[in-house]
Structure formats: structure tokens, C-alpha cells
Design a binder for this molecule. Structure first.
Ligand SMILES: Nc1ncnc2c1ncn2[C@@H]1O[C@H](COP(=O)(O)OP(=O)(O)OP(=O)(O)O)[C@@H](O)[C@H]1O
Ligand SMILES: [Mg+2]
Length: 179
């Protein structure tokens, strides 16, 4: 995986596949501790306890289209390359939390990538799912909660072209110039 935004897309897809209706994505850089933390929290079906130990194994997958599942093992690899790690907690029927930690300044830490486009694509592609996006990166902040937007939009769907364009514009402005 070339950058963190692509990991986000991939890990959020797991939440979508798990039937989540709310997905919270948090990306925070703690400059004093030199730690970049990515958390993806969902209210999907969860991972059964007896399987939790296997989900990082690339040869474990519940998908039926092919026999390997790489999302979590690749994220784990990226985190470990940057002196970090990932942590998975899950409760069956309640949801799953994936946390990935990276040493921000590590030479092998993947760049953030195009976060604005990634978040916009997730929202546009899953208009019935609510996303709570929080970023705090080098003095740049973004806060987007589609539950609040949805309330303001009333009948207009979240993936209406004007709405997505406005979301993307907001995110671009908030997150530009990061890496
Ligand atoms: N948020 C989640 N909720 C429920 N189950 C999950 C979640 N994330 C991962 N899993 C389980 O862990 C398995 C492995 O996930 P992983 O992302 O590594 O591979 P995959 O999704 O199967 O395939 P790929 O990511 O390569 O498309 C999934 O098949 C699924 O059973
Ligand atoms: Mg996956």
C-alpha cells in the first residue's frame, strides 16, 4: 500500500462489508510523542473471538471472491515498518476498532496521501452509512459528521453531486499541504 489514505479506504471497506451503519475515522498526530494514530471504529457485526487471532493472517478471509485477505496484514506491515503496530478489538454484534500507530518522523512512515479524496469517495460510495471523520495533523484540523449534515440536508442525499463537491472542498481546504 503506497500511502495511509489507501489503507483507510481499505480498512473502511471491511467496516462496510461488516454491515456497519456508522464508521468513525480518526487520524491524529501527537507531535510531542512523534506518534501518528489512525483509528477506524465501526458498529458492524464484529469479529468472533475465536477468529480474532487469525484476521491478521493474509490467508484468512471471509470474502468469497478470492482466498486471501490482505487489508489488515498490509496495514500491520506498514505500521511496523514505521516502528508502530496495530491493535484490533472487536465485540461480536457490536463492532470493531482498528488502531494503527506509526512513528510520524520515521523514514519508512508512509505519506498520508490524498485524505480529502479518500474521505469524499467513502462518503459518495456509501451514502447510507454515517461517517465521523476527525483529523488533527500538524495544526490542521478537520471535523465532519455526516449525521449532522444529513439532518441539515433533509431530503437531499449525501451523495448528491453538490453535496459531495462541498464536502471535498471543505476537506481539501482543511487538509491541504500535509504529508
Ligand atoms: N471491521 C470489521 N468487521 C468485521 N470483520 C472484519 C472487519 N475487518 C476485518 N474483518 C474480518 O477479517 C478478515 C480479514 O480482513 P482483511 O481486510 O485483512 O482481508 P479481506 O477484507 O478479507 O480482504 P481484502 O482486504 O484483501 O479485500 C475479513 O475477511 C473479515 O472476516
Ligand atoms: Mg479488507
Amino acid at each position: 500500500m503506497e500511502d495511509i489514505s489507501l489503507h483507510i479506504l481499505d480498512i473502511a471497506e471491511n467496516s462496510v462489508a461488516a454491515g456497519a451503519t456508522v464508521i468513525a475515522i480518526t487520524l491524529v498526530a501527537d507531535e510531542d510523542r512523534d506518534i501518528l494514530t489512525l483509528k477506524i471504529d465501526d458498529n458492524g457485526r464484529g469479529i468472533p473471538a475465536e477468529i480474532l487471532g487469525q484476521v491478521m493472517d493474509p490467508f484468512y478471509t471471509t470474502r468469497t471472491t478470492r482466498k486471501t485477505g490482505f487489508g489488515l496484514s498490509l496495514l500491520s506491515q506498514s505500521a511496523r515498518e514505521a516502528d508502530g503496530d496495530i491493535l484490533i478489538t472487536s465485540a461480536e454484534g457490536k463492532g470493531t476498532q482498528i488502531s494503527a500507530y506509526f512513528r510520524s518522523s520515521h523514514v519508512d512512515r508512509k505519506p498520508l496521501g490524498n485524505l480529502a479524496d479518500t474521505f469524499s469517495v467513502l462518503i459518495a460510495g456509501n451514502p447510507d452509512i454515517d461517517f465521523i471523520i476527525t483529523c488533527s495533523l500538524k495544526g490542521k484540523e478537520c471535523q465532519l459528521d455526516t449525521r449532522l449534515l444529513r439532518a441539515d440536508l433533509e431530503e437531499v442525499p449525501l451523495n448528491a453531486p453538490d453535496v459531495i463537491a462541498a464536502i471535498r472542498k471543505y476537506l481539501k481546504k482543511a487538509l491541504t499541504g500535509l504529508n
